[in-house]
Ligand binder design. Structure first.
Ligand SMILES: Cc1cc2nc3c(=O)[nH]c(=O)nc-3n(C[C@H](O)[C@H](O)[C@H](O)COP(=O)(O)OP(=O)(O)OC[C@H]3O[C@@H](n4cnc5c(N)ncnc54)[C@H](O)[C@@H]3O)c2cc1C
Ligand code: FES
Length: 282
């Protein structure tokens, strides 16, 4: 829970008031995704748990919720896809641009469920952004987890996010495997071509001692869940993160609820076993 996380981290912040931050680095991931490294004059505004979120704002345009895809000693990272007014303005911004940040929100990934297990991460497109925060956490705390296996896909080679991690950093980590696919290759692509669920079934990682964490476009998640079930994964072994519309982030506005559950407070991370208990409104 966000307030609990804030208390544990000793961060004193009104969750409705943004702090003033600044963009210190911009990485062009794909033609429509950029990763923004942001900080404040006091360093990073808070220390999020893997899978938590923050509201990012730019005056006078507005604000929206984004996953915190990674963090450093003094900064937070957001991978942002250009889809509308705010994200277009952020994509036009340069290093030094002032932004607002409030958070952290959401429950984050259940580290206790993952500890000691082999972890299978399945991502599609910008959906790797929240999962990457957990992958980087596992790498930083390598001794607490078993084997790490990333299966990731995007529409084309140029739409692959976090290429440095996929092809340089992660394959060098001990007991870590990375498999990448694209829907449609090009003349330079020698990797797999095909959709993520089919690629997953082709690799067929055993469910034994494993937890699967998946995030991507809803259609990908739907078929990945079917593939995992076919391969013998139980709902308790599957974790996903939802992207419902959000406004307040603190359980007040009622924009994100599914039945009696508020995704901003109780989620966005749920096991499939938990989702199966909820009305199918997501
Ligand atoms: C929990 C959560 C985590 C998120 N993490 C990320 C992230 O890491 N990176 C990232 O790029 N985006 C993320 N988003 C989505 C991001 O908040 C929206 O894309 C944002 O609202 C875009 O703002 P905008 O003003 O540019 O576009 P808008 O003008 O708000 O919208 C542009 C288009 O996107 C659609 N849209 C906006 N938000 C959503 C949504 N939540 N679900 C479905 N369609 C939507 C609109 O209907 C419209 O078609 C996340 C959203 C949530 C709720
Ligand atoms: S975003 Fe307002 S209640 Fe969840």
């Amino acid at each position: 829970m966000p307030n609990q996380a804030l208390a544990e981290q000793g961060t004193v912040m009104n969750p409705l008031i943004p702090v003033v931050g600044k963009i210190i680095k911009i990485v062009e991931e794909t033609p429509d995704v950029k990763t923004f490294h942001v900080t404040t004059e006091n360093g990073k505004p808070f220390t999020p748990l893997p899978g938590q979120l923050a509201m990012v704002s730019m005056l006078p345009i507005g604000e929206a919720m984004f996953s915190i895809t990674s963090q450093g000693e003094n900064h937070l990272e957001f991978a942002i896809k250009k889809v509308g007014m705010l994200t277009e303005a952020l994509h036009e911004a340069a290093v030094g641009q002032q932004i607002g940040i409030r958070g952290p929100y959401g429950n984050g990934f259940p580290i206790e469920i993952c500890k000691g297990k082999d972890l299978l991460f399945i991502g599609g497109g910008i959906g790797l952004a929240p999962v990457r925060s957990l992958i980087n956490y596992c790498i930083a705390n390598r001794q607490d987890f078993g084997k790490l296996h990333v299966i990731y896909g995007a529409r084309s080679p140029q739409d692959l996010c976090f290429k440095d991690d996929l092809f340089e950093n992660w394959p060098k980590v001990m007991d870590m495997q990375v498999d990448v696919t694209v829907d449609k290759g090009d003349e330079n692509w020698s990797g797999n071509v095909g959709f993520v669920p089919a690629f997953l079934e082709q690799i067929n990682p055993s469910p034994e001692g494993k937890v699967a964490i998946t995030c991507g476009p809803p259609i990908m998640i739907k078929f990945v869940l079917q593939s995992l079930a076919k391969m013998g994964y139980t709902p308790e072994q599957i974790i996903t993160t939802l992207e419902m519309r959000m406004k307040c982030g603190i359980g007040k506005c009622g924009r994100c609820n599914i039945g009696s559950c508020y995704v901003c407070l109780d989620g966005p991370v749920f096991t499939l076993a938990q989702l199966n208990q909820m009305p199918n409104e997501y």
